[in-house]
Design a protein around this ligand. Structure first.
Ligand code: SAM
Ligand code: SF4
Ligand code: SF4
Length: 370
């Protein structure tokens, strides 16, 4: 896999060299070329994972010879904190830690402690969360909560153990993940969300069992359309089950009512059980693009800033961190990059205007996080 990386200083029409000391740090909100503010930051803390989900890290590609990042390439936890602080100063209110599997990163609790201490431009604590496959959650839930994590999202694609093991392709059991979810509930990491990627013909038989399982538990189950992210999962449209079909299948068993979104930038459409037993969500990245409200920036494990999940180019913030750039210089670089952002891949998917990014250049989900 090739990852195309643009040094921030000569990216697109940025000034050839950032005179870091001469620029004033922008404060407050920054908007992109489509008037979308920068509100969410997803930080990938590792590109490694103990699962080999067939739709994300197929074992045939992510094998023992796969060139995962060397330790020296990773941002240190202190470097991540520094960047996070600069993003927050420009309007970010929500940070999600992801990966790879974020719970594999050593001393993650230290980073969480530091991030939990940050305050938004309005002076409020961040909405700080983490997405995990749940396999290490039973062991780590309390330490994560004590460090300041407030909630967690757990991925689970099936209740059927044989099918789940086949999908994660690493012999983890459903019980491992359910144990993690219970531990997270027990220590008060709430509200818990569970994400199921629906692959038509693979695990769509699990939609109703999972809905039944989490109904009435306070856990919000969310169904994600299988996406054409990366270049290794052999995606094809026939394997996408539209969210409308997911909702119809559940509604055959439990009456559902549509609920209002919490905010414009919310990726999920919400549905409530008519009998009050909680809610589900659908994330229709393929059939109902939500680029118009996309306020998400992504920071890779090695410190590249990506403006879209489907981007093929990242901006090298690590070079600035490890050079002599001041906070003001880095903040200014982030703002300049964001102000030029026009990405809206899902909206353009399949249209004549779709970017001609060749598939092999697209970043992998395990590299940038969900
Ligand atoms: N390892 C953690 C986990 O699985 O929760 C965090 C990283 S994972 C890349 C983040 C999310 O992306 C997971 O919920 C995963 O199911 C989802 N995901 C990965 N590949 C996907 C794809 N091709 N389409 C839709 N969702 C995908
Ligand atoms: Fe690992 Fe998450 Fe990708 Fe599965 S979806 S392979 S758990 S990073
Ligand atoms: Fe945001 Fe890109 Fe996804 Fe559109 S395709 S919602 S711009 S990440």
């Amino acid at each position: 896999m090739s990852r195309r990386i643009i040094p921030v200083a000569d990216a697109r029409s940025l000034p050839p060299r950032l005179a870091a000391d001469a620029v004033r740090a922008p404060t407050g909100e920054v908007f992109d070329a489509l008037a979308r503010p920068l509100r969410d930051l997803r930080i990938s803390v590792t590109d490694r994972c103990n699962f080999r989900c067939v739709y994300c890290m197929p074992r045939a590609v992510f094998d023992k010879d796969y060139p995962f990042l060397p330790h020296s390439a990773l941002l240190s936890l202190e470097e991540i904190e520094r960047l996070a602080r600069l993003f927050v100063a420009q309007g970010v209110t929500k940070i999600r830690l992801t990966g790879g599997e974020p719970l594999l990163r050593k001393n993650l609790e230290f980073l969480i402690e530091r991030l939990a201490a940050l305050r938004t431009v309005d002076g409020t604590p961040l909405d700080l969360t983490l997405t995990t496959n749940g396999s290490l959650l039973a062991r780590k839930a309390r330490a994560l909560r004590d460090a300041g994590l407030t909630r967690v999202t757990v991925s689970l694609d099936a209740l059927d153990d044989t099918l789940f093991r086949r999908m994660n392709d690493a012999d983890f059991s459903v019980a491992d993940v359910l144990g993690g979810i219970e531990a997270a509930q027990a220590v008060g990491l709430a509200p818990i969300k569970v994400n199921m990627v629906v692959k038509h013909g693979t695990n769509d038989s699990e939609i109703v069992p999972l809905a039944r399982h989490f109904r009435g538990t306070g856990v919000t189950l969310r169904f994600i359309e299988y996406m054409d992210v990366g270049a290794t999962n052999g995606w094809n449209m026939a394997e996408v089950l539209p969210s409308a079909d997911v909702v119809a299948r559940i509604a055959e068993h439990f009456a559902l009512v549509p609920l209002d979104a919490h905010s414009a930038a919310e990726t999920a459409q919400r549905w409530g059980y008519a009998d009050g037993a909680g809610e589900i969500g659908t994330i229709s990245s393929v059939t109902r693009a939500f680029c118009g409200d996309c306020t998400r920036a992504r920071l890779s494990t090695e410190g590249k800033l990506y403006l879209c999940l489907f981007a093929s180019m990242g901006y090298d913030l690590r070079a600035l961190l490890r050079g002599d750039a001041t906070d003001a210089g880095i903040a200014s670089a982030i703002a300049q990059v964001w102000q030029q952002r026009g990405d809206r891949y899902s909206q353009l998917r399949g249209s004549a205007d779709a970017p001609a990014a060749s598939e092999e250049r697209r970043i992998e989900m395990s590299y940038i996080g969900g």
